[in-house]
Design a protein around this ligand. Structure first.
Ligand code: NI
Ligand code: MN
Length: 225
């Protein structure tokens, strides 16, 4: 299976019968090396919360591909009302899909959706554990460090995608503590360097971690597991 970093918190995951994208912020993403025209076939879109740098290109990608959108109940209702194909979940919920199993994990953050008519309530922000072909990928979404992450150790995560940019989420110091809690086999940092306020030094992050393998992906690069 291929895990491709698109930039910011956006990852594209591809397996035999699965083409999923998480937090598809592509248009307007200063880090992205690909454009949304690159994604003509998607089976699933995962949204961790309502902020623009995560909801991103969801509407146009879903319209183009007919992908099923997996997100929290509130965002699913918001998208459903616009005619999109959604599957609503909520924190702590686990559900078997045809491609694998998804669990929605808590995140400590906001989730409002900004529209022309003001803000819409976007429920609780979340993360996802996506179990595919016997491998578990954890995408933390935007979050601060939480004690809840200690519970993720028992999930035996293969790859953890963790924000490290600080200001809106964990910085490298807290993300290193999160790695200590979660104990994934591999860690890929995300949500850094996109904007000046979330600059982070990935070498400093690496130095703080000994138990897991840190894999820094440049936008466009992939990890095969
Ligand atoms: Ni956010
Ligand atoms: Mn964000």
């Amino acid at each position: 299976m291929k895990i491709q970093f698109i930039g910011h918190s956006c990852f594209y995951i591809e397996d035999k019968h699965f083409k999923g994208i998480i937090d598809p912020f592509i248009t307007g993403n200063p880090q992205a090396t690909l454009t949304s025209t690159h994604f003509n076939t998607l089976t699933h879109i995962f949204i961790t919360h309502g902020h623009g740098d995560h909801l991103g290109d969801t509407l146009s990608l879903a319209k183009k591909t007919g992908a099923l959108i997996i997100t929290n109940y509130e965002i699913a209702c918001f998208l459903n009302r616009q005619g999109f194909n959604t599957h609503a979940m909520h924190i702590g919920g686990r559900h078997p899909f045809d491609f694998g199993i998804v669990k929605m994990t808590p995140a400590l953050h906001g989730s409002s959706i900004e529209t022309e008519n003001g803000f819409i309530y976007g429920g609780n922000p979340c993360g996802f554990i996506i179990e595919l072909n016997g491998k578990k990928i954890y995408h933390a979404g935007d979050t601060g460090l939480t004690m809840d992450m200690k519970l993720l150790e028992i999930e035996n995560i293969d790859v953890a995608l963790l924000p490290i940019g600080g200001n809106f989420t964990m910085d490298i110091e807290d993300a290193a503590r999160a790695v200590d809690f979660i104990k994934p086999k591999k860690v890929v940092p995300m949500h850094y360097d996109t904007f000046p306020v979330i600059k982070a030094n990935t070498n400093d992050f690496k130095k703080r971690i000994s138990s897991s393998k840190v894999i820094v992906l440049n936008p466009g690069e992939s990890l095969n597991i």
